[in-house]
Design a protein around this ligand. Structure first.
Ligand code: FES
Length: 182
């Protein structure tokens, strides 16, 4: 952790740890030298694990490391829900509101969570516990309302009662002050 790699441009700068750069190198080594860009998703995931989100400055470091335009990295960051572009709460709740789910109470679930958590879609609770987001299709339309918790745990048939149980259970599972997600 003693060495850092810094990128400076006219906007900002950021430093990534040596361990993060070592992890980048291990991912890039999985591909032919001329295809280093194939590691972009892995590098974004590594940064998010380390920092909780991927900033524009992080994207710049990754772009330079992989020899690709920053906008190409940004396109990946913004395409996938799993990449956080801002700090999030400890639990990130992504509720699917695509059309098939809209027709089966997806929006009802989102509105219920907004009321229960006291935040609007896209917001984070003041205690840093929950971030509420919309999601694109999660591939489980028949199970609507559906949602993902922290990009990994799929929850199906989320009635208002089940949503209440989920939120209360997540709160109860945490002891001590909330920390950053992921
Ligand atoms: S539209 Fe919601 S899971 Fe497919």
């Amino acid at each position: 952790m003693s060495t850092t790699h810094t990128v400076n441009d006219t906007q900002a700068s950021v430093a990534l740890s040596q361990s993060t750069m070592d992890r980048f190198a291990r991912e890039v080594a999985k591909y032919p030298a001329e295809q280093a860009q194939s590691a972009v998703m892995a590098c974004l995931a590594i940064v998010q694990q380390a920092h909780g989100y991927v900033s524009l400055d992080h994207e710049k470091v990754i772009a330079d490391y992989l020899g690709m335009p920053q906008i190409a990295v940004h396109e990946v960051t913004t395409f996938y829900n799993m990449y956080n572009q801002h700090p999030t709460g400890r639990f990130k709740l992504n509720v699917c509101t695509n059309l098939p789910c809209q027709l089966r109470d997806g929006v009802t679930a989102l509105v219920h969570l907004e009321k229960k958590l006291g935040i609007q879609m896209g917001g984070t609770t003041p205690d840093g516990m929950f971030t509420l987001q919309q999601s694109e299709c999660l591939g489980a339309c028949a199970d609507s309302p559906v949602m993902l918790v922290n990009d990994r745990t799929m929850c199906s048939f989320m009635s208002n009662e089940k949503l209440d149980q989920l939120v209360d259970g997540l709160r109860a599972s945490v002891s001590g002050p909330a920390q950053g997600a992921n």
